[in-house]
Write a protein that binds this ligand. Structure first.
Ligand SMILES: Nc1ncnc2c1ncn2[C@@H]1O[C@H](COP(=O)(O)OP(=O)(O)OP(=O)(O)O)[C@@H](O)[C@H]1O
Ligand SMILES: [Mg+2]
Length: 356
């Protein structure tokens, strides 16, 4: 059995995992820095890098222990090399280089966004294991919704060259909008999971925020105007009761989910693709998961959801994308340098829409 060790340090999670070529997660661990950054209300790059450096060794050892393997038993070492915070990425990349050099195992570089897109292939056993997993078949459309990225991709295969961005956000990412609205509502960082929880009891029709860039003809998104709508509303409204807070969360979340689901399904129809998937931290959102499943099924599409642990940042998705790279014979050199940019070609320019 071929096994790959994956290492992820692109943002505020120090994570490691051992995964096989079929996507079975043999052992994984995620050390979150949320508490560290929550005190300040957002991610501080230098603190993130220092915290990765403090924890990476223990995190990697723990993942190997949980998988009940030694470094000698893995076939390759995969690491997130892009996109992300450079200082944070450097910690993982340099650590992985050291492991590769010391063990003689090949080093595989992974694009974090491709990790998110392919995370639907991962399976975990035991309680909490997903029942919605389906073996993916290319092509599929992926809605990637994370803290730093939001877009719809046509995925013909697992390499960057096989992935076409059909449209992305012109400004904020969906997760960023959740976090900024969460902060304005006094819900701390990150806002996404809290808004998701509060929205459950809220009335989504109470405050009808307009869905941003609603035209289904375009796969581009914009979330900064929606964030401003919520902020203006809060300024004019004054302190919210508990019920009103839940209603604002439900109304905001509905506006986001409306635009994400309708554009993904419209893009699938336009592209004549019958399989749709979601990925990234916001793919853990309960309403998004339910509504994309309902709408997809209604339109005769196969809907593929990642397990909850595969949606937010994790190293299993990096190990899996790395395992596919390893099986193609890829091997990075020891002068591998991290980058802030994804390797997937961009169509949408932030702030300016489609590239001309
Ligand atoms: N249940 C949820 N509902 C809505 N948003 C959520 C939920 N859970 C997590 N998020 C959001 O997901 C984001 C984190 O996702 P992820 O870890 O994939 O992002 P990232 O790695 O920081 O960004 P990127 O992957 O673009 O580099 C945060 O913005 C968080 O608020
Ligand atoms: Mg991520």
């Amino acid at each position: 059995m071929q096994r790959v060790l994956g290492i992820e340090t692109s943002c505020d999670e120090t994570a490691a995992a051992v995964v096989d070529l079929e996507g079975n997660v043999l052992g994984e661990t995620v050390h979150s820095q949320i508490e560290l950054h929550a005190r300040i209300g957002g991610i501080v790059p230098e603190l993130a890098a220092r915290d990765h450096a403090r924890n990476i060794d223990a995190v990697v050892r723990r993942a190997l222990d949980l998988a009940e393997v030694a470094l000698d038993d893995v076939d390759a070492i995969a690491v997130t090399a892009r996109p992300g915070l450079v200082g944070a990425l450097l910690v993982g990349v340099e650590f992985a280089k050291g492991l590769s050099l010391g063990s003689g195992k090949p080093l595989i570089e992974v694009d974090h966004l491709i990790g998110h897109i392919l995370a639907i292939h991962l399976r975990r056993s035991g309680p909490g294991a997903s029942l919605v997993h389906q073996t993916p078949v290319f092509p599929f459309l992926s809605l990637l919704v994370s803290g730093g990225h939001t877009g719809i991709y046509r995925v013909e295969g697992p390499r960057a060259e096989d992935i076409v961005e059909l449209g992305a956000t012109r400004d904020d990412a969906a997760g960023e909008a959740f976090d900024k609205v969460g902060k304005a509502l006094g819900l701390g960082y990150p806002g996404g999971p809290v808004i998701d929880r509060l929205a459950k009891t809220g009335d989504a029709s109470r405050f009808p925020f307009a869905s941003p860039m609603p035209s289904k003809k375009s796969a581009e998104f914009s979330f900064s105007g929606l964030k401003t709508q919520v902020m203006r509303f809060l300024e004019s409204h004054g302190p919210l009761s508990e019920t009103e807070l839940a209603d604002v969360c439900a109304s905001f979340q509905k506006a986001v989910v409306d635009v994400l689901t309708s554009k993904l399904v419209a893009a699938a129809e336009r592209e004549d693709v019958t399989r749709i998937a979601i990925g990234g931290g916001v793919a853990a959102n309960r309403e998004l998961r339910e509504r994309i499943t309902d709408l997809g099924v209604k339109k005769g599409l196969t809907v593929i959801l990642p397990e909850l642990a595969s949606a937010t940042d994790n190293a299993a998705m990096i190990a899996y994308a790395g395992a596919l790279g390893f099986s193609r014979g890829e091997c990075a050199s020891l002068d591998l340098d991290p980058s802030t940019e994804t390797s997937i070609a961009a169509q949408t320019r932030k702030g300016r829409g489609q590239r001309g």
